[in-house]
Ligand binder design. Structure first.
Ligand code: LMR
Length: 397
């Protein structure tokens, strides 16, 4: 049966983590996967999360199944975080939200949902985009197109190219947009640029699918949701948001995410939710309890939510400091060309390092980065910064 199965190449991001774990060299650094590490190089367990977890342990609750669409308190809190406390869309009952298995699960359920309702399933993703976007939508049967995004010459946004490409898409095409902290480039749109995209999407009758995996990692909860808020205010009848708490709650392995589908009115949202539920049921039946309970416990307590927002602010401030430190040290090491790293947002930087340079970093210096040159600046700390800087400067000479 399986004789004809060929070896599939390893995942460009998670495959790298496997190689990193197997590497026995001391002082190795993993700048591959998008994970935030603290100053001590550990994945933090946030204090707000720990409080909820301890309370849950004392309660020793039985683990029945969650509903197909997950924990209601989680979904309601998610809607407020994503769309804003006072969102008219929420007041009008226009948003159908389901807890999903991480942000990836939200993307896949969203893709499977759209495949059922759209006769032509085409999606346009940014060039470049998170490697898994192409895989998820391709596996769901979409034709995957790209739109211009990153300008390698400036290490910034090719905004005219982006508008031109979006303007050429057929009406009905789904457009995948990164809300903030673009993965892999770290290059984002500002509010005025978002407004222009919103208008173009509306005019061209495209269907926006917003991936928000890093809310709070650049400026803050509300500022990082600017794209969502502008689409919400635009009068567009339908759009989709996939969000993840992996990073913002440091709960990677708990697989906490959500899919929110905005419909034209309450009735449409209810019908969409029924289809979302059937799609989930046929995939994995229902999400898991623990991670959802942690997020819900934090977001539904005024005190713990404030504590979490403070912890989230500490994470993003540390990332900003590491970007600044890296740029300064690289300049001192004779590599001033990396100044753009400070302008980029979120966990990642498209460093401009070539595949050959990335290979050298791994082989000669035990520093792991994605083959495209993407580095995770959230894995830097004061103890590994000099090692990384010296190696990057050496391979760029
Ligand atoms: C990343 O891009 O490194 C993260 O989103 C983790 C993943 O699943 O790839």
């Amino acid at each position: 049966h399986f004789a004809a199965v060929e070896m599939v190449p390893g995942d460009p991001i998670l495959g790298l983590s496997e190689a990193y774990v197997a590497d026995t060299r001391p002082g190795k650094v993993n700048l591959g996967v998008g994970i935030y590490y603290d100053e001590q190089g550990r994945i933090p367990l946030l204090r707000a999360v720990r409080e909820v977890e301890q309370a849950l342990a004392l309660e020793a609750k039985p683990r029945g199944y969650l509903p197909i669409d997950g924990l209601a308190t989680y979904n309601v809190a998610t809607q407020k975080l994503v769309f804003g406390e006072d969102s008219p869309l929420l007041a009008a009952g226009r948003v159908a939200t389901a807890q999903t298995i991480g942000g990836s699960g939200a993307l896949r359920i969203g893709a499977d949902l759209l495949k059922q309702v759209l006769p032509i399933a085409k999606i346009a993703i940014s060039n470049p985009s998170w490697e898994n976007h192409r895989v998820v939508f391709g596996s769901a049967g979409f034709e995957v197109l790209t739109y211009a995004y990153y300008d390698a010459a400036t290490h910034g946004l090719d905004f005219p190219g982006m508008l031109a490409d979006l303007g050429k898409l057929e009406p009905g095409t789904v457009v995948l947009l990164h809300a903030c902290c673009h993965n892999p480039t770290g290059v984002d749109l500002n509010a005025e640029q978002w407004q222009q995209v919103v208008e173009l999407v509306k005019e061209r009758k495209l269907l926006p699918f917003i991936d928000m995996a890093y809310q709070g990692f650049d400026v803050g909860i509300d500022a990082d949701a600017t794209a969502v808020r502008l689409f919400a205010a635009s009068g567009i009848e339908a759009f989709i948001v996939a969000n993840s708490y992996s990073k913002s709650f440091s709960l990677y392995g708990e697989r906490v995410g959500a899919l929110s589908v905005v419909g034209k009115d309450r009735d449409e949202a209810a019908r969409v939710l029924s289809l979302v539920k059937r799609t989930i049921r046929s995939n994995y039946s229902s999400p898991s309890t623990h991670g959802g309970a942690l997020v819900s416990g934090v977001l539904n307590s005024t005190e713990l939510k404030a504590m979490w927002e403070q912890e989230l602010a500490e994470m993003r401030e540390r990332i900003h400091a590491m970007r600044a430190g890296m740029v300064e040290k690289l300049a001192a090491a004779g590599a001033p060309q990396f100044a753009f790293i400070q302008e980029q947002a979120g966990m990642f930087s498209y460093s401009g390092l070539t595949k050959a340079q990335v290979d050298r970093l791994r082989e000669e210096y035990a520093i792991y980065a994605v083959g495209t040159g993407r580095i995770c600046v959230a894995a830097l700390n004061r103890a590994n910064l000099d090692t990384v800087v010296n190696a990057v400067a050496a391979v760029s000479r």
